[in-house]
Design a protein around this ligand. Structure first.
Ligand code: PHB
Length: 376
């Protein structure tokens, strides 16, 4: 290979583990579009390095994610890894990142414990505990005394269920029943029927964005339930902006808790949404939580490359990540000493405005950490 010219930017290879096929394929399109938008706005050269993403499709499978991460590190010599949609993938990639000392910037894998044994990982999405802790308290304060809980039987669901039960009952609420559907999208009818039979004022539900929201809402509608009889209190995965086309007007009135709405009222978000819609590969596609997280991950990467003048050291990268903060389209964000995200958590309600369904923010709990505690 010819040596690079002095004035030619030296490529900086970053592995991107995306979910481009399988049940979580929508995430791949979202994150790619967000990266495209960032690069349109900021170029692809930072501190003399040309940023090159090597995209790999994990299909949402943990074993594939581990294999791809290992090859990116040993064969392609990437200096960093970004991406990851699902919790089991993040645990698998940690087994590569830890011994190889390769920093991994996680876009979306929401189980708090992922970072415990992964000193080279940092998270830019959210944890389910982070959202649900303030939600349990909020729900009781807003008149919900008896709630039935439905949460998916894997990492982020178990955490959501545990934390909701803790904060809701600590506030004075009663859990009148609970059920844990499997990760593979189930028929929700039997679960909704059990909830209905328990006569709650509300159903609390966590389910991963891929596949579940539509299945749940169909069962809820078919059971004859409506928001004035049994309110849905969900994590925002159920009403992410790309679900609305499938959910339709049945989603109006759902109350959710999350870190991002494309209706968030800030100048930066308006600019992001506009650029995203213009860059999206399919008409009607809107930015959702994985898009905004990917946009922030690439923002962080540019900060890291700039701060190290184009020469990356993994330990320096991790040290720089701790305490990094900037404004995101979702609001202010920071990475704390545990390499986890601190951000505003919003309570939202689904509304139809000018013929378009959206998550309208109705309350803000500022700067919450991964454990669900407000830090300032
Ligand atoms: C996760 O696997 O951590 C996960 C996936 C999809 C979501 C939320 C969390 O919507």
């Amino acid at each position: 290979m010819l040596p690079a010219q002095a004035d030619e930017p030296v490529p900086l290879k970053i592995g991107f583990l995306g979910s481009y096929s399988g049940g979580a394929a929508a995430f791949g399109q979202e994150t790619d579009t967000a990266i495209k938008v960032w690069m349109q706005q900021h170029g692809d050269v930072v501190a003399g390095r040309k940023i090159v993403f090597l995209r790999r499709d994990t299909g949402g499978q943990a074993n594939v994610a581990r294999q791809e991460a290992a090859e990116l590190v040993s064969r392609d010599k990437v200096e960093m890894i970004a991406g990851i949609a699902l919790t089991p993938e993040a645990f698998a990639v940690a087994t590569v990142s830890t011994p190889a000392h390769v920093p991994v910037l996680i876009v979306n894998a929401a189980t708090t414990s992922i970072l415990d044994k992964a000193p080279y990982m940092a998270r830019f999405g959210f944890t389910t505990g982070q959202e649900v802790a303030p939600f349990g308290t909020w729900a009781f304060k807003h008149g919900y005394k008896k709630v039935y809980a439905i949460y998916t039987d894997y990492g982020p669901g178990l955490e959501a269920g545990r934390v909701f039960k803790r904060t809701f009952t600590a506030a004075g609420g009663e859990i009148v029943g609970e059920v844990k559907p499997p990760f593979t999208t189930p028929d929700y009818s039997p679960y909704v029927q059990r909830a209905k039979d328990a006569h709650p004022q509300a159903i609390f539900i966590f389910a991963p964005a891929a596949g579940h929201p539509e299945a749940f809402l169909k069962a809820y509608k078919d059971s004859g339930l409506t928001e004035d009889k049994v309110q849905i209190l969900a994590t925002g995965d159920l009403t992410d902006e790309n679900q609305f086309a499938q959910l339709g007007d049945a989603s109006i009135g759902m109350i959710t808790v999350f870190n991002y709405s494309d209706a968030h009222n800030s100048a930066l978000n308006k600019e992001f949404v506009k650029a995203f819609i213009a860059a999206a590969p399919t008409p009607g596609m809107r930015p959702e939580f994985t898009a905004v997280s990917a946009y922030d991950v690439i923002h962080a990467i540019y900060n890291l490359v700039e701060a190290q003048h184009g020469k990356l050291d993994p330990d320096k990268t991790i040290a720089l990540l701790k305490g990094m903060h900037f404004e995101s389209p979702r609001g202010p964000i920071a990475i704390d000493q545990h390499r986890d995200i601190v951000e505003n958590i919003y309570i939202r309600k689904v509304e139809k405005i000018d013929g378009k369904l959206q998550n309208t923010e109705i309350d803000t709990i500022p700067m919450v950490n991964d454990l669900g505690e407000q830090v300032k």
